[in-house]
Design a protein around this ligand. Structure first.
Ligand code: URA
Ligand code: SF4
Length: 246
């Protein structure tokens, strides 16, 4: 049946990424098929030219994973093309999805405040996300953030890599486990390794820290002050490194 075949195609495209599938097309010629389905990613949607404007435009049409289907638009990174500092979050939230810009909702406002407190001029920073579409589940009228899985993070990485190659930041700050997982692998632990700069494949000075949403979730909780202090300490290191570059 056609519908059965479509289902298995959909599974092949998104569900069983990178595995062998085999089956029989019922109702059509009785051909058995077996093929290796390449893991779908954003790479097929990357433009020829990799300047930020071309990338941003092309990303609007990305269907490299299923997340585009339920989101309003692609939320690409924003900031100066020659930024010395690049900060990577997880994925756009509800407000970002509607406005099409990263970190303009509650987490973004908190980040702006903390950057200011640490003395890092916001306009020098390019901000982006590991995953460029908002993933959510509905709770009544609200759209609740839902964590991207490792297939989605992997699928979206070509955009992040292209941004890194276009900007070539001196300082790279990965905020939260998703950003760290995307660029440093699954074994990286924010809790153990945050606040420790190192040289990575992506930037001469790379550091992971908390995601600002972790601070939002901690408001009025016992660990709130400590979390905020740690985050500010980490941003202080960024500010010092930035001053060194001047
Ligand atoms: N959280 C993120 O990780 N990114 C945004 O752009 C907004 C909230
Ligand atoms: Fe493409 Fe990333 Fe959106 Fe998936 S989340 S459709 S890979 S831009």
């Amino acid at each position: 049946m056609a519908s059965l075949f479509n289902q298995s195609l959909a599974r092949a495209r998104y569900g069983n990424c990178g595995v062998w599938i085999s089956g029989k097309q019922e109702g059509l010629a009785p051909t058995h098929f077996a093929m290796r389905i390449a893991t779908p990613t954003a790479s097929a949607f990357l433009p020829e030219k990799h300047d930020l404007t071309s990338l941003r435009e092309a990303a609007q049409h990305c269907e490299g994973c299923p997340l585009y289907a339920n989101a309003t638009q692609t939320v690409f990174g924003a900031g100066p093309a020659r930024a010395e500092v690049m900060m990577v979050g997880e994925q756009p939230g509800d407000v970002e999805d509607r406005q099409g810009k990263p970190f303009v909702g509650p987490a973004g406002r908190l980040l702006d405040q903390l950057l200011e407190e640490a003395g890092i001029p916001r306009q020098l920073v390019y901000v982006t996300n590991a995953v460029k579409h908002f993933k959510w589940t509905s709770r009544g009228k609200r759209r609740l953030h839902s964590k991207p899985n490792s297939r989605e993070i992997f699928a979206c990485r070509p955009w992040l890599e292209a941004e890194l190659e276009a900007i070539k930041p001196e300082i790279l700050v990965l905020m939260g486990a998703t950003a760290a997982q995307s660029l440093l692998g699954l074994q990286f632990r924010i809790t153990k390794q945050r606040g420790q700069p190192f040289e990575s494949d992506w930037a001469p000075w790379t550091m992971a820290t908390y995601h600002p949403s972790a601070l939002l979730r901690a408001i009025h909780q016992p660990g709130e002050e400590q979390l905020r202090r740690n985050f500010l300490d980490d941003l202080q290191l960024v500010a010092e490194k930035l001053a060194e570059l001047k």
